[in-house]
Design a protein around this ligand. Structure first.
Ligand code: PEP
Length: 249
């Protein structure tokens, strides 16, 4: 059985008080049973949010993690640091990190490897740009992203990997992939996992959709056979909107 998951990526939004207020608003709700609800707040607030969410069922992830164990990497955070404050999951490969911080399929190999070695769960983000889709290269790009960063690595623990397909043209743009486009790509991704890792892994790996998911379009997206939930940006910053999406699953 694959898990249903809704994860909110807060990006560089909310100060200390605003982060705690949003956590309080979210945890005042009962989450639907059988659904994992996660948030990825700014790194600087992870410690206090980990404390504030203890025992609430709301899971907390980091937005990023360095590949190295420790050392001279100014401004960076390691898996051990995150785990020392109770954070055991991280997003990796978000399109904004690829676009603004030179993260590549190749550099993600090291981050994925470190996550596996340190037993961190990852939400691995990937997806094509608009130009790729316009030139009908979207399947090829997605296959390459998965091949380099994941499939080519030996001995991955797939029970620690959540995939998040996020077409870059739909992130923060208000333009959503249609339910049919999302399902078509998710089915393709699942077929790749099946070919490279076998039936059991394909059947149990959750594939989230991300890109302008809102309470108004979530239900139709989540009803697609291979869409197991969502990675939510803008709409995760308001409790009502995020809960509307969580409850649509
Ligand atoms: C994201 O950044 O992962 C995302 C999906 O953003 P938005 O929902 O705002 O498009």
């Amino acid at each position: 059985m694959r898990q249903k998951i809704v994860a909110g990526n807060w990006k560089m939004n909310k100060d200390a008080a605003g982060s705690i207020d949003l956590v309080k608003e979210l945890t005042a709700n009962a989450f639907p049973s059988g659904v994992r609800v996660m948030i990825a707040p700014a790194t600087v607030f992870l410690d206090r949010i980990a404390q504030a969410t203890k025992g609430t069922g709301l899971e907390v992830a980091s937005q990023n993690m360095n590949a190295a164990d420790s050392g001279a990497y100014t401004g960076e955070v390691s898996a051990a640091m995150l785990q020392s404050i109770g954070i055991n999951a991280t997003l990796l490969g978000h399109s904004e990190r690829r676009a603004y911080y030179n993260e590549t399929n190749e550099s993600l190999v090291h981050k994925v490897k470190t996550a596996m070695e340190t037993n961190m769960e990852i939400v691995f983000c990937f997806g094509e740009e608009l130009a790729d889709r316009k030139t009908d290269n979207h399947f090829k790009i997605v296959e390459q992203q998965l091949e380099v960063a994941l499939f080519s690595q030996e001995g991955l623990d797939w029970s620690k990997i959540i995939l998040a397909y996020e077409p870059v043209w739909a992130i923060g743009t208000g333009e959503t992939a249609s339910p049919e486009q999302a399902q078509e790509m998710h089915a393709f991704i699942r077929s790749l996992i099946q070919k490279r890792c076998g039936d059991a892994v394909a059947e149990t790996t959750s594939i989230l959709y991300g890109g302008s998911v809102k309470p108004t379009n979530a239900e139709e997206l989540f009803s697609q056979a291979d869409v197991d939930g969502g990675l939510i940006g803008g709409a995760s910053l308001k409790a009502d909107d995020f809960m509307g999406i969580v409850n649509a699953i």
